[in-house]
Design a protein around this ligand. Structure first.
Ligand code: AKB
Length: 317
């Protein structure tokens, strides 16, 4: 059985990814790490540790002590937070990922997965049905860091034969852990506000289409890419998507379940970020090379989110 170490384990994707990996690979084989101390309430279903990837001694020691084969490096500052503190985004996202790739190279791990994002694209990228291989000139600190990760990882594949893989995550919608500091976060907040207050003020404007995905699909594509036959991979960084919508469309879908729900718009600095990103993605490379296919569209995701979140918040609708 492979042993996997995950960073960013207490974030939106990490929390649920660790659970899904532990179900598949066994609790003790999945080491969950985060920069902060593990929250006290965590289930005792495997190791939860504190790890700062900027501390290379600690990183190398942990990979050796736990006999790790695969590293999934999720820790990252997101787009909004990155614009507030670009220097911190550089250290966390670029230096952190460099340290991870170097540790994987020096210690000879079997595989490393570092997520990329739709933020890796920029204003000169074609916005509709954006191809996998296309011009990428992002204009945010977060986007620049994601291009660095893709290119440095792919360079290590060519130079050292490293098994690096990456997914360009769209906005991820989930009910367990809130996202923090992203431009797509509105698509999660809207559900909390719809259930609690029956209204939501969106920080993205009407008509702002972005690619999105529900968490079960995000877990599926992450695990499927880790397990994909390397011999079939022509790419190492993949577009993946499940749906594409604008704020008024998700609001209309929520209204089918909560008729009193109302949305209003007060765009902030994240509007400019969203306008530089693709509105929809062509993920045919992922479909052809490792069989990617999402299960949830906007209607199925909305129904499931409302059911899960209403139970969690103890609110009827
Ligand atoms: C963000 O909005 O910054 C992230 C992303 C799309 O990578 N959710």
């Amino acid at each position: 059985m492979k042993r996997i170490l995950v960073t960013g384990s207490y974030g939106q994707i990490g929390t649920e990814l660790v659970g899904a990996l532990r179900k598949k690979y066994g609790g003790e084989n999945v080491v969950a790490t985060g920069r902060k101390k593990p929250p006290a309430i965590l289930k005792k279903d495997g190791p939860y540790l504190q790890l700062d990837v900027l501390d290379t001694n600690q990183l190398h020691a942990m990979l050796v002590d736990y006999d790790i084969d695969i590293m999934i490096h999720n820790a990252s500052l997101l787009s909004g937070t990155g614009e507030k503190d670009p220097q911190l985004a550089y250290r966390t996202n670029i230096e952190g990922s460099y340290n991870v790739l170097e540790a994987v190279r020096i210690l000879g791990l079997d595989q490393v997965m570092i997520p990329s994002s739709i933020a890796a694209f920029g204003p000169s990228t074609p916005r509709e049905n954006t191809p996998n291989d296309v011009i990428m000139r992002p204009t945010t600190a977060y986007g620049v860091s994601k291009v660095f990760i893709e290119l440095w990882g792919e360079y290590y594949v060519k130079r050292y034969g490293m098994d690096f893989r990456s997914l360009r995550y769209p906005g991820i919608i989930s009910s367990e852990t809130l996202p923090g500091g992203g431009t797509t976060d509105y698509a999660v907040e809207i559900f909390y506000e719809a259930l609690k207050n029956k209204r939501y003020t969106s920080f993205l404007d009407k008509g702002t289409y972005l690619p999105m995905m529900y968490m079960p699909d995000c877990l599926k594509c992450t695990i499927d890419l880790i397990e994909a036959d390397v011999g079939r991979l022509k790419h190492r960084s993949f577009n993946i998507t499940a749906m594409s919508f604008a704020p008024e469309e998700i609001a209309a879908e929520i209204k089918k379940h909560i008729p009193e729900f109302e949305i209003s718009y007060e765009p902030d600095f994240r509007q400019q970020i969203a306008e530089t990103w693709p509105a929809s993605l062509d993920d045919s490379a992922a479909r052809q090379e490792w069989g990617w296919k999402p299960d949830y569209d906007l209607a199925a995701m909305t129904k499931d989110m409302l059911e899960k979140l209403s139970k969690k918040l103890g609110v009827d609708y």
